[in-house]
Design a protein around this ligand. Structure first.
Ligand code: C5P
Length: 317
């Protein structure tokens, strides 16, 4: 399994925060509202693939990025972590700056909330560095201003999401689930995926009644049984992601034949998450998918995982 950044690299006076990527175990989509956004009913679960953000005191706000797909990530005001620091400074009236060093594991534009995890980690790191002392709830309000997936990256674990996905209710989940992730270096554009869903709906409307996450999903999570969870995985954006990126369909079609219990697209894709029965099975499924060369990278992760939190520096003894 991929290892997050070492705890030992942080300079004195710096703050190191780690926040998780997410999967959508269920993602139901409704027709877009007047603001152009589609209402969602989703189940988020955080996974053991993390973004590390190290915040160091500085005059201005700046960002540097390393790790997976780093070359695709802007370091200016378009960066969500940059915006998080600027928003916190504005909200608290501080005139401090910060350098944010981001080490990425979560794929960029992959449907796993990597940018949102950066923003959540940056909010918490700057709050600690600047000693602005905001309550988690206040950080949550700022998080929601930054993007729909940012509040969940703060809280982690398992949660139901409504509205744009930012109205969170914690959900109970037992056990640990093993996932094989098929990653693509080339991401998908979220607006394009939703626009494709609109077109597909216009051509052949689906007859989903209420926009809801069923009780069977909550029961499967509580059972901790991956076989039960496999029965309920669903993503309404799957067909759109498949249309825009045929390789997504290839992975979805092959996952079960190589031993996965089920596979689902995460968020607006293109990441595909295949659920395995246990760790040994996950390693086998990953090896089979790698041999088939269906994605740019195939990795194994577990869920659920914690939300944004401080990584304590390792003390010299
Ligand atoms: O949340 P984010 O800024 O990534 O969304 C980008 C775009 O994706 C939105 O402007 C909208 O076009 C589309 N979107 C949507 N419904 C959502 C989330 C995103 O239509 N629930």
């Amino acid at each position: 399994m991929s290892e997050p950044m070492s705890e030992a690299v942080v300079a004195p006076g710096a703050v190191h925060v780690r926040a998780p990527g997410k999967l959508n175990l269920v993602l139901r989509v409704g027709p877009s509202a007047e603001d152009g956004y589609h209402p969602l009913a989703t189940v988020f679960q955080a996974v053991s693939l993390y973004e590390d953000v190290i915040a160091t005191p500085a005059e201005e706000i700046s960002v540097s990025v390393s790790g997976r797909h780093a070359q695709q990530v802007p370091t200016d005001e378009r960066n969500l972590a940059f915006r998080a620091a600027a928003l916190l400074a504005e909200a608290t009236g501080t005139d401090e700056g910060v350098h944010l060093q981001i080490a990425k594991q979560v794929p960029t534009a992959g449907g796993m909330g990597g940018g949102s995890a950066d923003a959540a980690a940056a909010l918490l790191a700057c709050d600690l560095l600047w000693e602005t002392g905001l309550a988690r709830e206040e950080l949550g309000h700022l998080a929601a201003e930054l993007g729909a997936d940012v509040p969940f990256a703060l809280t982690g674990q398992t949660a139901l999401g409504r509205g744009r996905g930012d109205e969170l209710t914690p959900a109970l989940a037992r056990g640990r689930f093993y996932w094989v992730l098929a990653l693509f270096a080339d991401g998908l554009s979220t607006p394009e995926v939703f626009a494709t869903w609109d077109r597909q709906q216009a051509e052949s409307p689906s007859t989903t009644a209420a926009l809801d996450v069923g009780d069977d999903v909550m029961q499967a999570l509580v059972s901790g049984d991956p076989h039960r969870l496999a029965e309920v995985l669903v993503n309404d954006l799957g067909p759109a992601a498949r249309e825009l990126r045929p390789a997504v369909g290839t992975v979805l079609d092959q996952a079960e034949s190589v031993g996965a219990l089920a596979a689902v697209v995460s968020g607006s894709g293109p990441t595909v998450a295949a659920l395995a029965a246990d760790h040994a099975s996950a390693l086998e499924v990953a090896a089979e998918l790698r041999a088939k060369d269906v994605a740019d990278e195939v990795i194994v992760v577990t869920s659920p995982a914690h939300g944004a939190r401080l990584v304590e520096p390792v003390r010299e003894s």
